[in-house]
Design a protein around this ligand. Structure first.
Ligand SMILES: [Fe+2]
Ligand SMILES: [Fe+2]
Length: 303
């Protein structure tokens, strides 16, 4: 290579010391579990969905729903990639890097399991058909918001959302009347439980040292993300524009009625509210307060 070309290469931060010590044994145990409990979405038999006697509109609703799930799961991978980069260049312990690598691989296989369900139901949609959804999914992960938090505070916030989406997925698992969908939900839930567990370890180890301003910021980030993107059609349809809310809500209701591993829009808000209350109780001992979210905390919500 020409010396002049070498000069144009982007300098890589010093990789040394490359740390090999395990300093968080509990995180390492999660990594070992991840290795033991690895699974392959391609090995799930989706034949029950292909041969099911379902009306065309139900197949379309199910395919739309599982495509949305696939986009959501995929939304965790750019977030994971940024965190992995941070972990590598800030010389975090080996097991933290390994956990994030596992996290990315696991979210990607949740994405794969979801698009395989959509394919078996009638077709995976690679991008949302409505303009609205095209703009909302990219907002799922906003790196500018992440950068305002410290590395470990950001990881902890993310796992609070894992807890919320886990509660919703549990209801979708219970709704599923097809073996393949039930199996996919069960295996995804098992991975998500480890992601939640990681968050608990991180909170225990790092929340005690957070400054009050950081704790306040953290709570605000949770409310903002919930209101700004997750209630806008991702976790629930409540903040969608009226026409899209009616359409997406109908599709979800139909998918739920036929046991395709979906939740009825009317029950979603109650599930999220209960999960949010549990999260508030979990973070309260650390002095982290999640500000009021009118859509969830307002008196109109039945729970
Ligand atoms: Fe996931
Ligand atoms: Fe996850």
């Amino acid at each position: 290579m020409q010396p002049s070309l070498l000069e144009e290469l982007t300098p890589v931060p010093n990789p040394y010391p490359v740390v090999a010590d395990i300093s968080m044994q509990e995180v390492w145990s999660l990594c070992e579990k991840a290795r033991d409990l690895a699974w392959d979405p391609a090995k799930i038999d989706f034949g029950d969905l292909v041969s099911a006697d379902l009306p065309a509109e139900v197949r379309a609703a199910g395919a739309e729903w599982w495509s949305l799930r696939a986009w959501m799961e995929h939304g965790a991978t750019p977030y994971g990639a940024e965190r992995l980069r941070d972990a590598i260049f800030s010389h975090e312990p080996f097991e933290v890097k390994q956990h994030i690598v596992n996290f990315i691989a696991e979210e990607l296989r949740h994405h794969e399991a979801s698009f395989r369900v959509a394919q078996a139901l009638g077709g995976y949609q690679a991008s949302p058909r409505s303009d609205y959804f095209q703009s909302i999914i990219p907002r799922f992960h906003d790196e500018r918001e992440e950068r305002q938090m410290s590395f470990y505070a950001g990881l902890a916030v993310n796992t609070l959302f894992e807890q919320l989406s886990g509660e919703l997925l549990q209801a979708r698992y219970e709704n599923a009347r097809f073996e393949s969908i039930k199996e996919a939900c069960r295996l995804i839930l098992r991975d998500e439980a480890r992601h939640v567990q990681f968050g608990r370890i991180i909170m225990r180890r790092h929340f005690g040292e957070l400054a009050d301003a950081d704790k306040q910021l953290l709570g605000q980030k949770v409310s903002k993300k919930l209101r700004g993107s997750l209630l806008n059609g991702v976790y629930a349809v409540v903040n969608l524009p009226d026409d899209e809310r009616a359409r997406a809500g109908r599709a979800r209701a139909l998918a739920a009625e036929y046991g395709l591993g979906a939740t009825h829009p009317d029950e979603e808000m109650g599930i999220i509210k209960r999960a949010l209350d549990r999260i508030r109780a979990d973070v309260a001992p650390w002095g982290v307060e999640i500000p009021e979210i009118p859509e969830l905390d307002g008196a109109a919500i039945q729970h």
